[in-house]
Design a protein around this ligand. Structure first.
Ligand code: PMP
Ligand code: GLN
Length: 414
């Protein structure tokens, strides 16, 4: 194999998704909702598939995105960012957010360029930067030992700035944050904006959970901050927005000059994404977006889900506490962290070389049939501290039956 792939053979999702299946475990590991897909969307796709002569749905569409989809996205994000997002120039449709992220790194990073990644971080950023020939530069958020809220994860801005060199080209921000469930405040984001401005950095704003917030006004999109649209590539996901992660449709949004290198790659590597799903997502947004603006509670997006999300997160936190874990309450997104150090698990660690949380998560899955993700997987550098990591990540955006099954397991553990 090429040198660039060596050491990247198995991601955390490969191991833990397979492990969950092998042990038929209750799966609070991989982040996907297990409720039925929204019927109004599957109905749209059904209607599209019932029209075989609909060329716009079944043949190649415009390379950079189906016009119906780029039009509605431009309308939405022009409103959300309070700038003019051009449907033909400022939107690129991709195979999920993963793909948009990869294009952004590949399109902008030269060998040796550095990318600041705030850790813990979604695990694909660092490998993607390396595939592009770049150098990921991690900075760890700090958190008190006895944290109870995801808001207690904070960035030491001095430390972040100290990591910036003349090679630094980019800063990656993930908000709402995976895996902590943190929602960055305006103040924190403005500080990051100030740093990006001062050091002339491109910002990748991975905002795939932008609609999974308790109150829609709490979500501050980075590109909406003063002057930031011009230096930001914002990343979104239809899979996340409508709880259909298997559709794998995402987008990059930004000014024409920032998207041009991404498009240069796209036209030669993919050319265009699947037409029927693009059209279906466009129709879904056309129905849902006006509801979101007028009566968020009637919209599938955002606050339409929020009541459910808060309820599920409270339920999981409660179950975890009963099971002897210390949960860290999330502020948004799909995920919650929990400390298991008070847990009496009797695992023999003497022969283990992997971080403690990996060993614990494997044990929890194989012996107790509960799948979760070890927290240290979201750090690129396995320091001594990470070796003794006592946190796991759980996905609470699951149907009630799944959470009830988890409750039974946790009750026995307590
Ligand atoms: N970014 C983050 C923070 C994620 O959690 C995910 C989840 N898959 C992605 C990007 C990728 O999204 P998609 O499934 O649309 O590729
Ligand atoms: N984003 C999801 C998570 O963090 C799923 C990632 C994946 O399956 N590759 O769990």
């Amino acid at each position: 194999p090429a040198d660039r792939v060596v050491g990247h053979e198995d991601s955390i999702w490969m191991e833990f998704t397979k492990l969950a299946q092998t042990h038929q475990a209750v799966n609070l590991g991989q982040g996907f909702p297990d409720s039925p897909a929204p019927k109004f969307i599957t109905d749209i796709l059904k209607d599209i598939s019932a029209k075989p002569d609909l060329t716009a749905a079944h043949q190649y569409t415009r390379g950079y995105g189906h016009p119906e989809l780029t039009n509605i996205l431009s309308k939405m994000y022009s409103h959300l960012y309070n700038v003019n997002v051009s449907p033909m120039n400022d939107v690129l449709i991709t195979v999920g957010a993963y793909h948009a992220l990869y294009y952004a790194f590949l399109g902008w990073i030269n060998p040796g360029d550095e990318v600041i990644i705030i850790e813990p971080a979604f695990d694909c950023y660092s490998p993607q930067v390396k595939f592009a020939g770049g150098i990921p530069v991690p900075i760890s958020m700090t958190v008190p030992e006895d944290a109870f809220s995801a808001s207690q994860f904070t960035i030491d801005f001095k430390n972040l700035e100290a990591k910036i060199s003349d090679k630094t080209k980019m800063l990656v921000i993930n908000n709402p944050h995976n895996p902590t469930g943190k929602l960055f405040t305006r103040q924190e984001l403005e500080k990051l904006a100030e740093i990006a401005e001062k050091h002339n950095l491109i910002v990748i704003a991975d905002e795939v959970y932008e609609f999974h917030v308790w109150k829609k006004e709490d979500m501050i999109r980075f590109a909406s901050l003063r002057g930031m649209y011009n230096r930001t590539i914002s990343i979104g996901s239809a899979g996340k927005a409508f709880s259909i992660t298997g559709w794998k449709l995402g987008w990059a949004i930004g000014p024409q000059n920032l998207l041009a290198p991404l498009k240069a790659i796209h036209q030669n590597c993919v050319f265009t994404c699947s037409s029927p799903t693009q059209l279906a997502i466009a129709e879904a947004f056309k129905i849902d977006w006006p509801k979101f603006l007028k009566k968020p509670k009637e919209s599938y997006l955002a606050t339409g889900l929020s009541g459910e999300l808060i309820q599920k997160s409270n339920k999981l936190a409660h179950m975890l506490a009963k099971g002897g874990f210390r949960p860290i309450a999330p502020q948004a997104g799909y995920f919650m962290l929990a400390n298991y150090s008070n847990h009496n698990h009797n695992i023999d660690m003497s022969q283990e070389t992997d971080p403690a949380d990996f060993v614990f998560a494997r044990w929890l899955c194989s012996e107790k049939k509960l799948a979760v993700i070890p927290f240290s997987a979201f750090y690129s550098i396995q320091t001594e501290k990470m070796k003794n990591c006592n946190f796991i990540r759980l996905c609470y955006f699951k149907k009630d039956a799944t959470l009830t099954d988890a409750k039974k397991i946790l009750k026995k553990l307590g």
